[in-house]
Design a protein around this ligand. Sequence first.
Ligand code: MGD
Ligand code: MGD
Ligand code: MO
Length: 698
Amino acid sequence: MSPPIRIAPGAPARQPATGPLQVRGACPHDCPDTCALLTTVENGVAIKVQGNPDHPQTGGVLCAKVSRYTERSYHPERLLQPLRRSGPKGSGQYEAVSWASALSEIAARLQPIAARNPEAIVPYSYAGTMGQVQGESMAGRFFNRLGASLLDRTICAAAGGEGLTQTLGGKVGMRVEFFAESKLIIIWGSNSIGSNLHFWRYAQQAKRDGARLVCIDPRRSETAEKCHEHIALLPGTDAALALALMHELITHDWLDHDYIARHTLGWDALRERALQWCPERAAQVCDVPVEQIRALARDYGQCLVNRQPAAIRLNYGMQRVRGGGNAVRAVACLPALIGAWRHRAGGMLLSSSGQFPVDKAALQRPDLLAGRTPRTLNMVTIGDDLLRDTSPGFGPKIEALIVYNSNPVAVAPESGKVVRGFAREDLFTVVLEHFQTDTADYADFILPATTQLEHWDVHSAYGHTDALLNRPAIAPLGQAKPNTQIFRELAAHMGFADACFGDSDETLCRAVYGDKVDFQTLLDKGFATLKLPAAPFADGNFPTASGRCEFFSERLAALGLDGLPDHVPNYETPGSSKAFPLAMISPPARNFLNSSFVNVKSLRDIEGEPVLEIHAQDAAARDIASGAIVTVFNQRGEYRVKAVVSARARPGVVNGLGVWWRKLGLDGTNVNQLTSQHLTDLGRGPVFYDCLVEVRAA
Ligand SMILES: Nc1nc2c(c(=O)[nH]1)N[C@H]1C(S)=C(S)[C@@H](COP(=O)(O)OP(=O)(O)OC[C@H]3O[C@@H](n4cnc5c(=O)[nH]c(N)nc54)[C@H](O)[C@@H]3O)O[C@H]1N2
Ligand SMILES: Nc1nc2c(c(=O)[nH]1)N[C@H]1C(S)=C(S)[C@@H](COP(=O)(O)OP(=O)(O)OC[C@H]3O[C@@H](n4cnc5c(=O)[nH]c(N)nc54)[C@H](O)[C@@H]3O)O[C@H]1N2
Ligand SMILES: [Mo]
């Protein structure tokens, strides 16, 4: 009989010598589900990572990727010691060095730059871990103390976040568990089965109880094919669809006049705008049958008539186009029109992250800037910015880059330019990583970071409303150190004596929410549910300036922008170019997490190779057979992939599933060779899915 499994009371230091032990943790990945983990540890080795069955949102179930987390952590290619470049930039040749020499050499390179102008030093990070502590806490303190450039972390959610904030007042919405009680669920710009599996479980429960599921997505995704209805619109046309739905609600008087009068702002103006969008006009813009639009409006309107909850699950896929901010604004107006917010199972959810009381100032200590106001660079345009010289509008040329929790050479748009920038011989680059990624190949120093199994952290979620604690399950592998510790030691080498650089990770964990979330509950259970009303906007109380759902935004109008949501056409509108007649979107591959896990062989084997899904009609017109290697190209570059002739692609749109490591692709590039550095209408976000291409047999 195997010994009983016990829940670990503390860090691995308290681990007994024998017998399996289970340590509670949190999945670190950039995913709405933020699962609670249980790691089984035997003799100091993590042998299994499972979902914590006690955590309702996780329900003991993990996705295929994270159930392989031990394979990733003990990967033979894990970086286990500091490395110094020994070959030309980009060659990937390195020699091992001690931590002491790595840190003192890095400090010696940064100090003279900082003495001239610290803004020439740039941090580059995103959500390799979503942890509040291994994210921007000690790192934020370090860069603030240095006076380095600030980074606008826009690469994912900026347009949608801004659209939501202008309309509802913040990243707020329905509680995800109540989708289980909805009667109509519109899954809008989300492949939930691939990227939000734990929401999908609630949607399935609702479906069994008679709910109707509608998916709005150019791609016939795994999710779309399991819904009752799939509206395969052209990329970047969601606002047109939302306005036409409003048009139908108005002309049929499927409106909650009482809710609109009491809890919204700008109704007359929105009404006038929506009346310009008859379903026929939207059907043409979206390239979908007009009857689909009418039917969806009818289903939505009937929820008002029958007093049934209608819910929208929006994801970030639909905001990666020029008009992404406006599209989210338009969709965010819909629930108020039918008073869907009155029900706890009605309304919408794009992100719940604004509901977490994170004390960013305590973590990042902006007071260390001491009155300085460094410039802010946008992470989306790192390609252009690395190639810029000192200039009045820009400030100093970038001389040093410190990358952590991100793989920009693979994930940032227009990678031809990103690579040229990283390849600059006069650029000093430090990369904190688990693996020698495409980005690490260009580093002067690579510093080995711990994985989630090896460090402390606290996690907010963006797809549910539970805070999670991650305890280390095992000791750091090799010489790896947590990001926090690396920045602590780098601070010491730079001569920063401020007391805050002495804070331990446990102190930082406690500082994340201060007294707003009970830390003892996190220690005892591993998670704590935020205390929030079940139906947050049943009586208005939106966190906007007016307290209402703002159809019209005075703030946007004051900036000279449209105060109302509208359809803003793509920069690269489908059908507008003879040379590049196909629109390309590049949504996530199910078995990767952005560019993470691409190097985990068992997962890469499932994905096979980089793939371009193409509709039979478009393939036939180009003499492309399924399985053939093709070249996808536009004015920015080209890359090679395997064409898969598939009903997942609609006519005129190809799907280049992302985000492969360039060096593991067919010719050392990936899909971002083709994407542009244009920015969205709101939030200055990226437009990965606003991209015209042509395809030819290779
Ligand atoms: N397995 C897996 N899970 C992930 C990720 C991953 O890479 N892999 N990424 C994580 C990250 S970083 C994020 S931000 C989240 C959310 O990540 P998202 O990128 O939002 O991921 P998806 O849920 O796949 O939703 C994108 C969907 O939007 C569709 N789409 C593309 N253009 C349009 C459009 O113009 N309109 C509409 N209506 N739909 C469009 C795509 O076809 C796709 O099915 O998921 C996270 N979860
Ligand atoms: N074409 C196209 N491009 C896209 C997208 C798309 O849909 N299409 N999606 C975009 C989106 S939504 C996002 S969010 C971005 C994501 O871009 P990134 O946030 O850069 O995400 P990843 O590619 O997963 O890279 C994260 C890296 O962080 C490392 N890492 C993880 N944990 C730690 C840690 O504790 N310490 C350190 N030092 N490193 C760690 C991982 O090993 C990994 O290499 O990509 C964007 N790029
Ligand atoms: Mo993202």
